[in-house]
Design a protein around this ligand. Structure first.
Ligand code: ADP
Ligand code: MG
Length: 707
């Protein structure tokens, strides 16, 4: 990517100076900070507090509220040093409000004990919790007061995210030193003056100072929830930096050449004619959009969003055929082996009758088979290559890759997507070079505002219609105590020739533990339903066994498939019309929606039973309610955003977004239109300024993210 201009000289002098220039920072400390991506003064300026402590006032002990941090002052009433179970020190304080509070310490030194003579005045800050004898603070920060009245702080105390190996007080001191060297506003501000003024937010310098040392009358609630104007000022600049970075990537990408495709759509027409269904209006529209992009001499960068079951695969197949018709290769990459293999089978069934060779490549393909596939990829015999991440590995050379398709894109990082693109690179890194067109697909619908921020480097098409004849899935929420009824329900459904999934979920467990749990459920169900043919799929099985079980299920040779969430993405067995999800309360909305999307793919009315373990937490209840209320992926995504926030919604692997430090796309979504307007203007009028903003935020953020 072209680097336009250098950081402004003033900033180079101030902000980009090494932390080592600060007093008391030796080589060891520098190294430790650098490990966490803190290298320059600017890095310290932007290392913002994660919260604040209010030591600007005293709270009468009687007015303390459980769970609400506060500062109190009181006189030591009694001290007790105990050794039962483990050493601990208990200090009872009382104040003029005639309230009493217990301070409890588990780690302490003898000299600390001696400080607390009855009658001593102590000021303490902590979060009170109910104990055996009223409220307690465990390990509050405190100080013993002399006779005089100690002054109260006139600023809120910042609490910084912890850095391993660096004492919080040291970090605070360093940030304070760095702030002393904060330049004047004019040098710090990167935005053109008229834009900065129009924001109606504090100037950058003021915003930073407010956030590092808020005045006593600052709105603590706003600060804690991230809604303070000072935070919004920084969030806006950060979002702007990301927006600029993505848009510049796009501009850079579009400077490359690409082969024009679609002169002939003969193969695509033949596939269309051979399908047992007609495309939906939405599929037609999206395919037309893709086709128009492919006809351009620069690379397509298009995201196709479509709810589960909306029929993205066939659109991808048609696009691939345009490439193949032109004499080029296409590749399709999927995030799991199960899904990749299913795509391979589907695409082979569609394309082989047209005389097209489809190749399969996964990490587990080894030895001679691998060598043979690699050869067909390299010599161009393999027209369409389907596989997993293995497609991007070194040593895999395409003959002439013109279209790179990535399915379930949210499972991949941006880097991986680009790596596949690079497989088709030819020539120098400029307009004379050629890169493949890129088509990325996702079934994780995201709200429009978020899409604008997350995919600013992509054009977005939406398949907003399901194929006809689908009956909406009925969703039932049940406690796990009713499991025996469910077993009967499966028995009845399968007796009618229907098929069912039983999904075992465990979160945060190893594959091994999850596999064992699935195995256990499988055995229990085999014992309870002896007349049924039951299969098992989990992540620890080898690919061949997994594949065999899936194929048997698809062919109707298995009635009930017990599975872990490996079946979450993309698996397509239209005859399956009943799904039981065990411990559904443990899953997020996006995942539940994906799983449920495995049923309701045929003409029979389908049901999805969300079984939960009582008691149900507040958020989990809302999630299950949402699932019961709607089948609409976009509504579910909106709700998910509300419940979880965007970081989780998009997955941490979405590198571009995970790196947000201050902005929160849900909270700050209202700033996005402004961000976009400014981005557009800067890209047009002031590339050097855009570069400096990207440098400040994205350069650093990338380092923090990998820390
Ligand atoms: P997804 O968008 O979730 O990847 P798929 O491409 O797997 O969806 O399609 C889901 C199912 O719908 C497949 O069995 C596919 O063959 C079928 N399908 C796709 N388009 C249509 C259509 N227009 N009419 C009927 N069935 C369709
Ligand atoms: Mg799919």
């Amino acid at each position: 990517m072209a680097r336009a201009g250098k950081p402004a000289p003033a900033l180079a002098a101030a902000g980009l100076a090494a932390i080592a220039i600060l007093p008391g920072v030796g080589p060891q400390m520098s190294a430790k900070l650098a490990e966490r991506g803190l290298e320059t003064l600017q890095d310290l300026w932007f290392w913002l507090p994660r919260g604040y402590e209010d030591r600007t006032r005293l709270t009468p002990i009687r007015a303390l509220q459980s769970g609400v941090a506060a500062q109190i002052e009181g006189t030591v009433q009694a001290v007790e040093r105990g050794f039962r179970y483990r050493p601990q020190l208990k200090v009872a304080l009382a104040d003029e409000s005639r309230g009493t509070l217990l301070m409890r310490f588990f780690h302490f030194r003898s000299q600390q004990v001696n400080q607390f003579q009855p009658g001593t005045r102590v000021r303490a800050f902590g979060t009170p919790r109910p104990g055996q004898l009223g409220l307690e603070m465990v390990h509050p920060s405190y100080r013993v007061l002399g006779g005089e009245d100690a002054e109260l702080s006139d600023r809120l105390d910042p609490v910084y995210p912890q850095l391993e190996g660096i004492a919080p007080a040291t970090l605070k001191r360093l940030i304070g030193e760095a702030l002393k060297r904060l330049p004047e506003e004019a040098e710090l501000e990167l935005l053109p003056a008229d834009i900065a003024r129009a924001l109606q937010l504090p100037a950058l310098r003021e915003a930073l100072l407010t956030l590092h040392r808020p005045p006593a009358d600052a709105d603590l609630n706003a600060l804690q929830s991230g809604h303070h104007p000072a935070q919004r000022r920084l969030a806006l600049e950060e979002m702007l930096a990301h927006q600029l970075s993505l848009r510049r990537q796009r501009i850079a990408m579009q400077k490359h050449g690409a082969v024009k495709l679609g002169a002939s759509a003969r193969l695509a027409e033949r596939l269309r004619a051979s399908l047992s269904f007609a495309l939906t209006g939405a599929q037609e529209r999206v395919f037309a959009e893709v086709r128009a992009d492919l006809a351009q001499p620069h690379p397509m960068l298009r995201l196709v969003q479509g709810d589960v079951g909306s029929g993205k695969t066939v659109v991808a197949a048609l696009a691939a055929l345009l490439a193949i018709d032109g004499g080029y290769q296409a590749a399709l990459m999927a995030p799991t082996e199960l899904l990749a293999e299913q795509h391979f089978n589907t695409l082979r069934n569609w394309l082989e009758p047209l005389g097209i060779d489809v190749a399969w490549l996964a990490g587990k393909v080894g030895g001679k088979a691998r060598a043979a596939v690699l050869q067909t990829i390299a010599n161009g015999e393999a027209k369409l290559v389907v596989g997993t991440h293995a497609l991007m590995q070194e040593g895999i050379a395409f003959h002439d890759l013109a279209l790179a398709i990535v399915d379930e894109q949210h499972r991949f990082g941006v880097q991986q997507r680009l790596a596949l693109r690079d497989k088709g690179r030819a020539g120098a890194d400029d307009a004379s070079s050629r890169v493949p067109h890129q088509l990325v697909m996702t079934a994780t619908p995201i709200p429009r505002t978020l899409a604008m921020a997350a995919y600013a480097d992509l054009d977005v098409s939406v398949i907003d219609e399901l194929p006809p004849g689908r009956t909406p899935v009925q969703t039932i929420v049940l406690t796990s105590e009713r499991r025996p009824e469910l077993v009967e329900r499966i028995r009845a459904a399968c007796a009618e020739g229907r098929q069912a999934y039983w999904v075992c979920t465990l979160i945060d467990e190893s594959d091994e533990v999850i596999a064992q749990a699935a195995q256990g459920t499988y055995e229990a169900l085999v014992a309870q339903l002896p007349e049924l043919r039951i299969g098992l799929v989990h992540g620890r099985m080898n690919a061949r066994d997994k594949q065999a079980a899936m194929l048997d299920f698809k062919a109707g040779k298995i009635d009930l498939l017990v599975a872990t969430t490996v079946i979450e993405v993309g698996v397509d067995v239209p005859n399956a019309s009943l799904m039981i999800i065990e411990n559904a309360e443990r899953l997020g909305l996006a995942q539940l929606h994906q799983l449920r999307g495995r049923v309701g793919r045929g003409a029979t009315a389908s049901a999805c039973v969300l079984m939960y373990q009582s008691p149900l937490g507040q958020i989990a209840r809302q999630r299950l309610e949402t699932m019961r209320e709607t089948n609409d992926g976009f509504r579910i995504a909106e709700k998910d955003l509300e419940l979880r926030g965007p970081g989780e919604l998009l997955g941490t692997r979405q590198t571009g977004l995970a790196a947000f430090r201050i902005a929160d796309l849900a909270r700050d979504a209202d700033l996005l239109p402004q961000v976009q307007r400014i981005a557009e203007r800067l890209l047009k009028e002031d590339a050097a300024c855009a570069e400096r903003i990207v440098q400040r935020w994205v350069g650093g953020a990338a380092r923090y993210a990998s820390a």
